[in-house]
Design a protein. Sequence first.
Length: 288
Amino acid sequence: MTSLREVLKRAEADKVAVGHFNFSDLVAFNAIVAAARDKRLPVMVGLSEGEREFTGVRQAAGLVKAVRDEYDYPIFLNADHTHSIANAEVAAKAGFDEIIFDGSALPFEENIAQTRKAIEAIKSINPAILVEGEIGWIGASSAVFDKIPEGVGVLTTPDEAKQFVDATLVDVLAPAVGNMHGMLASMVHGDVQKRLNIARIAEIKAAVRIFMTLHGGSGTNDDDFRRAIKSGMTIVHVNTELRLAWRRGVEAGLAAEPNEVAPYKILGAAVEAVREVVSSRLELFSSR
């Protein structure tokens, strides 16, 4: 099967992006796979440390392997926001395709030092795994907030990005460019959208010349997505939008069948709700 690196190279050349969607249960996983196969597009699925703890590291890897084996489908597994080298090693040994070592909460020099150690450990297990590093604070939770978390909004500079990439040799960089993890309640209601600094994305891309990831994509203006991808973002993460769709789908399923106790009869609405979000985002990210 085509490797993740090859898929990203093709996306970068075509100025499109690969959609990355988090899951922590079979509902979201099946919905993501169904949407991607329907669109005939490669897809990345990811689990944060909390999601991996709930789902199981090897269990998540087994789900992805099952889809690859049955359909020969380009689906890739990411260990999202990994904060310890020990957890990175567990994901590497389980067969993840990418690992994000997130030292963004650390002082800059310490982030560099820890990321270098993480890369050495991960690559010693499997040199083919892509390692992503993150600089700049964009929050830490795919949740719904009343106000922007403290510290969010400071942009990564091209000089910082180049220094970080040159010192760590990461495969992928996740900068702060106006993005934010989670969503404000006003974004959920459709009153406000996230806006990205497109010029800064282009400047950082020119400085680092490696793959870049846009984290915290939920609630972002559609045109900003398009322009960010054309300016250098090759992976785009969406999580909170899926969580909201999952919740609304579960509630709709329970409301429609208040006396039903069979989970698979209740959760169909949640599968469809998540699938709709993934499908629309994949279509947007792949538009030329």
